[in-house]
Each structure stands twice: as structure tokens, then as C-alpha cells.
Design a protein around this ligand. Structure first.
Ligand SMILES: Cc1cc2nc3c(=O)[nH]c(=O)nc-3n(C[C@H](O)[C@H](O)[C@H](O)COP(=O)(O)OP(=O)(O)OC[C@H]3O[C@@H](n4cnc5c(N)ncnc54)[C@H](O)[C@@H]3O)c2cc1C
Ligand code: SF4
Length: 347
């Protein structure tokens, strides 16, 4: 059994206290929301903060409010997010992304804020301490070499958050709070394409709110490839948000998940569809362009060539769903493909 290392636990009641305590020593402190990512990482000695600041007791941290769009407290659990009719009705892609995260138990604890700040993942890193020690560790923690690409000066671990690509596609923003005040930045600007330094926020900043723009006229869809349909991290994903005037696309964002150290926007693919109708040919061309952006590495589940190939199919499915196609049969087919992959045969 893996045990947690020793640490000091602090339980603020206000966000101001949390920010002040974090500011005392941001380099050795971490905040804890649901703990479904941080606690396993601490047990594996991947992250070993001396001080853990629990956010669950902070008043108002887990609330949702209507405004111009929807303000979601960073402490809202994934279970509460998916149970909220506003999400299912107005932001279906976000509902699909959150509902496919982990298991019901983990969604009861895991929060949307924790999901956005989720650590990047890699086959050589998501192992216990002894396993990692046996390969002399790696660049991301305690070592000097990246075992995925030994000449790489930077870590290539994979962004594995399901909600981040969808929130980026929806044009969401986040509010970051510290003792120096608060700032609002687009979700797209929270991430860097670096497996070690994957967040641009400062270590003393706490994510307090996710702001969703008004959903008027927008449609959205999220498709994810994973090994087990019951629960698993994404190994490729496509998030699409589109605004249509009649049948013509007037706004579109396509964001790929789990194919780099950050969610990747497929801008050229979106440009191809602007002012166009979502015909089968237009969708196929955009999906092909989107898959060019994906640069999966050999550091997560499934063969990387197949993952890249599947990006095209995921984008195509998301665009067809946004067009209004009934995609239930395709979702079942995807689950079957995943099952066949477990057996070692790609459908
Ligand atoms: C078996 C298993 C399967 C999983 N499957 C998936 C999956 O399919 N898809 C997926 O996306 N995730 C998956 N997860 C990961 C995790 O459960 C979710 O990402 C969850 O949303 C994390 O939220 P949390 O509140 O538990 O985060 P925590 O573990 O509390 O925190 C995660 C990170 O975010 C930071 N953090 C948390 N809240 C804040 C904040 N408000 N401000 C600043 N930093 C913050 C923490 O310091 C930590 O670095 C899985 C986990 C397990 C154990
Ligand atoms: S990508 Fe390289 S440095 Fe990063 S976790 Fe994997 S092996 Fe380590």
C-alpha cells in the first residue's frame, strides 16, 4: 500500500486566507480541491508539497451563478456540474466532457478547477517511486533525461484534462486570485505546451471561477478516445464549439485534447469551415486539417499512429454532432473500437 508523505494541512474558510497562506511559501505549498489527482501523485512522490491548503471549506467556492453567461466556482464538483440542467442544455459539449471523466465516485470529489489544473501524464511518470527510481527517474521529477525523446530538452507529458479543450473551444475565461489581487484570463492562456510547466498561472495564484460566455446560438460537442469506456483518461479528444446562422458557420473553434502538453487549437481547420455549410465534404476536409495539428508521442495508451488517425475521426464526429446528426450509433461504435483495442485489434 502506498502511503502519503508527511505534510502540514491548512483549512482556510475564506479565499483571502487561502491566498495569504499560499503566498507564505508558494514553492513548497499546493492547494487541494477534490484531491483525486494530487493525493495519488503525493503517494507516488511525484508531487510532495510541505503544506497542503484545502479549499473545500471556502464559502461560495462551489457555487454557480447566472450572469452574461454562467460563472462556475472552481470548487464545483464534476458530479454537480453534470447534474446542472443549464450545463446539459446550453453547453452540451462541456456536459459530455465532464460526464466522461473518471468514475461517479471520483466525479463526486473531483472539481472543475482541479480538472483544469490536472497534472500532465506520461507512461514513464505515472508510476510509483520505486518504478521511477529503477529507470533513474525522468526530467519531470528527480531525473535528467526524458525517456520519451532522450534528446528533448523539455518534458512531453500529455495534457489529460477533459474539460480544458471544451472550455477553450467555448471561449471560457478563468479568474485567478492571489494576495496581489485578481486577474481574468482566457482559458486558452492558462496552458503552455510544456509537460513540466504546463500552467502559466503563478504558484501563488488560486483559480476561483470559470466564466462561460452566453450560449446564444452556440452548439458544442466533445469526443474522446480512451481504453475503457467505463472510465479512463483521454488519449485523444476533440472539442468543437460552433455558432451557426441558419446552416452557415459564423464562428467556430476546434480544440484537440491529449495530443500535446496542452489543448491545441486547430485554427486552419476552423478557417476552412467559416462561412461554409457543414456538408460531408467540408467536414471531412476540416477533420483532415485538424488531425495535422496533432503530434501525439509514444508516452500514453495506444499506438501513436492510431491515435493520430483517430483524431480525424473524433473531429468529424464532433462536427457532425454540431450539425445535428444523431451520433448515438457512432458513440457505441467508438466504444466497441476501444474494446477491440483492449483485445489488441483496431477496428
Ligand atoms: C482512476 C482515475 C481516473 C481519472 N480519469 C480522468 C479522466 O478521464 N479525465 C480527466 O480529465 N481526469 C481524470 N482523472 C483525474 C481527476 O479525477 C480529475 O481531473 C479531477 O477533476 C481533478 O479534480 P480535483 O478537484 O480532484 O483536483 P485535485 O487533485 O484537488 O487537484 C489537482 C491539481 O489542481 C490543483 N488545483 C486544484 N484546484 C485548484 C484551484 N482552485 N486553483 C489552483 N490550483 C488548483 C492542485 O494543486 C493539483 O495540482 C482521473 C483520476 C483517477 C484517479
Ligand atoms: S515526457 Fe519525458 S520528461 Fe516528461 S514525464 Fe515523460 S519521460 Fe518524463
Amino acid at each position: 500500500m502506498m502511503r502519503l508523505p508527511g505534510f502540514r494541512y491548512r483549512a482556510p474558510r475564506t479565499i483571502a486566507d487561502a491566498a495569504a497562506w499560499l503566498a507564505e511559501d508558494p514553492a513548497t505549498s499546493m492547494v487541494l480541491a477534490g484531491g483525486t489527482d494530487l493525493l495519488p501523485n503525493m503517494k507516488r512522490r511525484q508531487q510532495t508539497p510541505a503544506t497542503v491548503i484545502g479549499l473545500r471549506g471556502i464559502g461560495g467556492f462551489a457555487e454557480m451563478h447566472n450572469g452574461d453567461g454562467l460563472a462556475i466556482g472552481a470548487g464545483v464538483t464534476l458530479a454537480n456540474l453534470t447534474a446542472d440542467p443549464r450545463i446539459r442544455r446550453h453547453y452540451p459539449g462541456l456536459w459530455q466532457a465532464a460526464a466522461q471523466i473518471a468514475t461517479p465516485h471520483l466525479r463526486n470529489m473531483g472539481t472543475i478547477g482541479g480538472n483544469l489544473c490536472l497534472d500532465t501524464r506520461c507512461t514513464y511518470y505515472d508510476q510509483n517511486y520505486e518504478w521511477r527510481k529503477s529507470i533513474d527517474f525522468c526530467l519531470k521529477r528527480d531525473g535528467a533525461t526524458c525517456w520519451v525523446a532522450t534528446s528533448s530538452p523539455k518534458c512531453l507529458a500529455v495534457s489529460s484534462t477533459d474539460t480544458a479543450p471544451m472550455l477553450q473551444a467555448l471561449g471560457a475565461s478563468i479568474t485567478l486570485m492571489s494576495t496581489s489581487g485578481q486577474r481574468v484570463v482566457p482559458v486558452a492562456d492558462l496552458f503552455a505546451n510544456d509537460g513540466m510547466h504546463y500552467l502559466t498561472k503563478r504558484p501563488d495564484e488560486i483559480l476561483t471561477t470559470i466564466g462561460l460566455p452566453a450560449s446564444d446560438g452556440w452548439r458544442s460537442s466533445y469526443w474522446k478516445l480512451r481504453r475503457r469506456g467505463a472510465f479512463d483518461f483521454p488519449v485523444a479528444a476533440a472539442a468543437v464549439a460552433a455558432r451557426l446562422d441558419g446552416e452557415t458557420i459564423v464562428d467556430l473553434r476546434i480544440v484537440l485534447g491529449a495530443v500535446a502538453s496542452r489543448p491545441l487549437e486547430a485554427e486552419r481547420a476552423a478557417t476552412l469551415l467559416m462561412g461554409q455549410q457543414l456538408t460531408d465534404d467540408a467536414i471531412a476536409a476540416a477533420a483532415a486539417a485538424a488531425s495535422e495539428v496533432a503530434k501525439p508521442m509514444d508516452n500514453t495508451d495506444f499506438e501513436l499512429v492510431w491515435r493520430k488517425k483517430m483524431v480525424r475521426s473524433l473531429v468529424e464526429s464532433a462536427l457532425r454532432e454540431v450539425r445535428g446528426d444523431d451520433m448515438r450509433a457512432r458513440r457505441h461504435q467508438l466504444a466497441r473500437q476501444e474494446l477491440l483495442s483492449v483485445a489488441g485489434t483496431h477496428a
